[in-house]
Structure formats: structure tokens, C-alpha cells
Design a protein around this ligand. Sequence first.
Ligand code: MD3
Ligand code: FE
Length: 216
Amino acid sequence: MDDLFAALETSEPARQDLADGAVLLRRRAVPCESDLLEGVRLVSSQSPFRNMVTPGGFSMSVAMTNCGDAGWVTDRRGYRYQGNDPETDKSWPAMPSVFRQLAEEAAAEAGYNGFSPDACLINRYEPGARMSLHQDKDEKDFKNPIVSVSLGLAATFQFGGLKRTNPVAKYVLQHGDVVVWGGPSRLFYHGILTLKDGDHPRTGHVRYNLTFRRAF
Ligand code: MD3
Ligand code: FE
């Protein structure tokens, strides 16, 4: 029996270091999945998902909204964080306490005590949506990690190095997977391959990704 568990563990360990400073906590968010999805519904009822435009003029295939004191936006003027939702002209919805608690606990489990996010970007992928290789560098202090939570359909994530041309490793991110990105991995290039169609019991044909950041 030990061998069976050992075999399962080598393919799917609960915790895995993806790179220096990057820790995957598999299925860590499953116990609070219903509360998280309720939070996504509440936030998006106040600040709806929208397909933002890049500075280059392309509409993103991933639909986004935010909660917290800061929200990430892009338009023809550039990428930035701001306190107001440009679509509603109101503050972003408050960060639900279950979001904050999960992000802070996961960060601590990965070795980043004292992480206190002020922004949560919520990405919604439908089949065909993708996010090309990029760095997250609009935040003030890169010493703070980023915590990501995946819900719904699985997606293939690619993760390279500090240069766009570095070779990439691929990982499948499943429902409930949490990844904490800090230390040297904080500025690594990463992206999501085109989402394949599917049907998830909790989200239907959708994948959500929540990324918790310290923006200001
Ligand atoms: C590695 N989101 O919103 S989560 C993003 O699944 C973003 O929606 C993807 O990249 C998604 O910016 C990937 C994994 C992730 C998030 C932030 C990172 C990986 C990261 C920051 C630094 C390094
Ligand atoms: Fe990113």
C-alpha cells in the first residue's frame, strides 16, 4: 500500500517547488471552493467582467475584473493599478474575507509571512482564451509574492525565466490549485495556453484565476 501512495505522490505531490521561490499547493483551495465562487459572483455583479484593450490596441481574450483597494487595468494609455473601476467609475468591490484569508495562509505556507494583498485580479477564461508570455511588473515592490488560485477547467501554464527567450516548463493547473510566486520566480515570464473546451462540475465551460498582489 505504501508503494501505491508513493507512486501517487511522485506524480501529484500536495506541495511542489516549481522554481526557486515558487511553490505549488495542489488543491489547496478546494475546501473553500463554494465561498470563492460566491465571491467571484458577488464581485462581478458589482464590477462586471470585461475584455480590456492592450496599449497596442488588441482586445484581450481573457475577461477580467478586480476587487480590493487596487485593480489592474489596461487601455490604450498603458497598464496600471487604480483604485476605481473605469467601467463603473466607483471603487472596486471590497476583497471578500475568504479571498484574503486563503491568500495570506497560502503565502505563509510557502514561506512568505506577512503578505497582505491590496489587489485581487480575477481572470475568466472561456474556451479559446489565452494569455501570452508576460512578466507581472506593474506592482511597486517585487519583494512581495503573488498568490494565484485556479478554479474550474484545467489549463496549461507555461513558466520560463527572467528573459522571454528562456526555455519554458509546462504545468497543468487544476481546480483548487494555489501557486505562490516569490523570490527569484517573482519576475519570471509566464502564460496560459489556449483553453480547451470542457465541462467542470462547479464552473461549466469556464476557468477562473484569482491573483493576489500587493500593488501599492
Ligand atoms: C509567475 N495569470 O493574471 S496565474 C496574470 O492563470 C496571470 O490567469 C495567469 O499571469 C492565469 O498575470 C497565470 C500564475 C501566475 C501568476 C502571477 C505570476 C504566475 C506568475 C507572477 C510572477 C510569476
Ligand atoms: Fe501574470
